[in-house]
Design a protein around this ligand. Structure first.
Ligand code: SUG
Length: 418
C-alpha cells in the first residue's frame, strides 16, 4: 500500500454561467449577469491539473453532472422548457466543479476500520447545490467502489447542512500517518448564511469511526462568514504539519490552537495577521483557497490563483514569508479566473483523498495524455460563452447534453449517463 494525497478536480461543466445564485459568496453576487466562458473555464481547470502532475502529484477528476437537472425539475413538477427563469438557473449551474464540496474524507490511518471513509455532502443550504449529491454519490461509489479500502456514505439528513471537505482540515506528520481531524462549523454569519452545521460534522465523525480524542470541532468566526468566507477553506488551509490561516478565521482561536498543539505537538501554525492582510483582501484574492501540498521533493508548496499576485499586500506577505524561510517553501500561480468569478479558487476545485492510486477506479485518474484528449474534446464541444438570458434556449440545452455524453464516452463512464 502506498498512501498518497490524490487531488480529484471537478471538470468545469459546459453550462458554467454567472447567475449570482450564492448569497454570501461575494464573487458570485458581483459577477451576476456576466457572460461566462465555459470552454475557457474547463481548459483553465485542465491546466491546473497538468501543473499538479508536473509537480509530481497524483491527480484525479470528477465529471460534470447532467445539466439541466431534469430529474430535480421533475420532482418540482416542471421541465427545463417550462420552468421560470429562477428555477431554471438553479437547474443549470455547473457548481459541482467545486469538488471540495463533494464529500468529507477521512483517510484510512484515522478510522477504526482502517478504510478511507467518504460522506457525500448534502449541500442543502443553496437550492442550486442541494440537488448535486445523488450524482456525486454515484461517482464516489464508482471511483471508490473497492469496499476493502473505502466506505462511501450517503448524505447526513438535510436537517443539518453539510458542505463537505471545504470545512474540514487534517493535521498529520505525513499523509499516511494517523492525523487529527478538524471540523469547522458555522453558527452565524451575520447577514449571510452559516452553511455548515455542527451536528452534521458530529454525525460524520461518528460514521467515519474517528477517535474522539483525535477529533476537534471549531467554530468559524462570524466576522469571517460576514466578510464573505462562506466556507472555511476561504480563510484557512492545512497540509501535514502546516496550518495556514488568517488571524480572524476561527472563533475561540487561542483555545482551538492550544487543543490542537496538545494533540499534535509538531504543528507549524502560520498565521496571517489582519494588520498585514485584511480579511477583505484575503477573501478577494483567495490567498487561503490555495492548494497546500507536499510534492515528492518535500518542499511545502502553495498553489494560489493569479488574483493573489495582483493584490500587493497579499503578494508581499508571501514574498516576505518565502524570504524568511517560513513553512511554505514554494508558491505556484495558476489561472482559474472563470471559476474564481463564481467564488471558486484552486482549493474549491479539488477533493483531496489520501489513498493508494491502485485502489481507485483508473477511469477517475489522469495523466498528461488523458488531459490532452480531454482538452481536445472540450475545445470541440463546450460552448465558448453563455449569457444568463440564453439558459433556456433549446439549442444550448441540446449542446450541453451532447457535450457531457461525449465526455462520458471518452472516459468510458457510460454508467453515469442519464
Ligand atoms: O457554493 N459558487 C460556489 C463556490 C464554492 C466554492 N467552494 C469552496 N469554497 N470550497 C458556492 O458558493 C456560484 C454559482 C452561481 O452563482 O451561479 C456558486 O455556487
Amino acid at each position: 500500500m502506498r498512501l498518497v494525497e490524490i487531488n480529484f478536480d471537478g471538470i468545469v461543466g459546459p453550462s458554467h454561467n454567472y447567475a449570482g445564485l450564492s448569497l454570501g459568496n461575494l464573487a458570485s453576487s458581483r459577477n451576476a449577469g456576466q457572460v461566462s466562458h465555459p470552454r475557457a473555464a474547463a481548459l483553465q481547470g485542465l491546466e491546473k491539473m497538468r501543473a499538479n502532475l508536473q509537480l509530481g502529484l497524483a491527480q484525479g477528476l470528477f465529471v460534470p453532472q447532467p445539466r439541466p437537472a431534469r430529474r430535480w425539475l421533475g420532482e418540482l413538477g416542471t421541465t427545463p422548457e417550462s420552468a421560470d427563469a429562477g428555477l431554471r438557473a438553479n437547474a443549470m449551474s455547473a457548481s459541482s466543479m467545486w469538488a471540495a464540496n463533494a464529500a468529507t474524507v477521512s483517510p484510512a490511518p484515522d478510522t477504526a476500520d482502517g478504510r478511507t471513509h467518504l460522506t457525500v455532502a448534502n449541500l442543502r443550504t443553496m437550492p442550486h447545490r442541494s440537488h448535486e449529491w445523488p450524482a456525486t454519490l454515484a461517482q464516489l461509489r464508482l471511483a471508490f467502489g473497492d469496499e476493502h479500502h473505502f466506505a462511501v456514505h450517503g448524505p447526513v439528513p438535510p436537517a443539518f447542512g453539510d458542505e463537505g471537505a471545504a470545512n474540514h482540515m487534517r493535521s498529520a506528520s505525513r499523509h499516511d500517518q494517523a492525523g487529527i481531524e478538524i471540523f469547522v462549523y458555522g453558527l452565524t454569519g451575520g447577514p449571510f448564511p452559516a452553511r455548515q452545521h455542527v451536528e452534521a460534522f458530529r454525525a460524520i465523525a461518528r460514521l467515519h469511526r474517528l477517535n474522539p480524542e483525535r477529533t476537534l470541532f471549531v467554530q468559524q468566526s462570524e466576522e469571517a462568514i460576514a466578510a464573505g468566507a462562506f466556507h472555511n477553506d476561504v480563510v484557512a488551509v492545512a497540509n501535514e504539519r502546516v496550518l495556514f490561516a488568517h488571524s480572524q478565521a476561527f472563533a475561540g482561536k487561542d483555545r482551538f490552537l492550544s487543543d490542537l498543539a496538545a494533540r499534535f505537538p509538531e504543528l507549524e501554525y502560520v498565521e496571517v495577521a489582519a494588520s498585514e492582510v485584511s480579511l477583505e483582501d484575503a477573501i478577494r484574492s483567495y490567498l487561503f483557497n490555495a492548494q497546500l501540498v507536499t510534492p515528492p521533493d518535500g518542499r511545502t508548496t502553495l498553489i494560489v490563483p493569479e488574483e493573489v499576485r495582483e493584490a500587493p499586500a497579499v503578494w508581499n506577505w508571501l514574498q516576505r514569508h518565502l524570504a524568511g524561510n517560513g513553512a511554505i517553501r514554494r508558491v505556484e500561480v495558476v489561472d482559474v479566473r472563470q471559476s474564481m468569478a463564481n467564488g471558486g479558487g484552486p482549493a474549491c476545485l479539488r477533493l483531496r483523498v489520501v489513498a493508494d492510486p491502485l485502489t481507485v477506479d483508473p477511469r477517475f485518474l489522469v495523466d498528461e495524455g488523458k488531459l490532452d484528449r480531454l482538452a481536445a474534446l472540450i475545445a470541440a464541444e463546450w460552448p465558448s460563452d453563455i449569457a444568463p438570458n440564453e439558459l433556456g434556449e433549446p439549442k444550448l440545452i441540446a449542446q450541453l447534453e451532447r457535450a457531457r455524453q461525449a465526455l462520458l464516452d471518452l472516459l468510458e463512464l457510460q454508467e453515469l449517463s442519464e
